[in-house]
Design a protein around this ligand. Structure first.
Ligand code: 5GP
Ligand code: ZN
Length: 111
């Protein structure tokens, strides 16, 4: 989508350092990190939220990617993944993304 900030990152229209790139997704650091490690994994294909997933196989690749990225970032034994769905749940960017947070004790339940 042309006005989507995460499409711009995935399409290299924005200069964002990538942690990982595959044919299906890219991962990069959150611009406003809420933990010492705070990365985002996004599909290259735009869809707005978890509710709009049509390609389950792609979702499996993203989850596998999360695991590999956590390993690459050196946090594979302790990390949190979050998918916010809907504004009231904290979703601000309507291009589905998976947060990976680590590097400090993470409280449960979150606020
Ligand atoms: P949400 O609140 O939608 O689950 O998460 C969106 C995340 O994207 C936020 O944590 C926010 O800091 C991050 N973010 C928003 N715009 C940008 C950007 O232009 N670059 C990067 N790297 N992160 C962004
Ligand atoms: Zn998008």
């Amino acid at each position: 989508m042309s006005d989507c900030i995460f499409c711009k990152i995935a399409n290299k229209q924005m200069d964002t350092k990538l942690i990982t790139e595959t044919d299906d997704y890219v991962a990069f650091n959150d611009i406003s990190p809420q933990a010492p490690i705070h990365a985002l994994v996004i599909p290259k294909k735009h869809f707005s939220s978890l509710n709009d997933i049509e390609d389950i196989e792609l979702m499996g690749k993203l989850v596998q990617g999360v695991k590999e990225i956590a390993e690459k970032l050196g946090v594979k034994d302790n990390y949190r993944t979050i998918i916010n769905t809907g504004a009231e749940a904290g979703q601000a960017v309507f291009h589905m993304h998976i947060h990976i947070m680590a590097g400090r004790p993470l409280l449960w339940p979150p606020g």
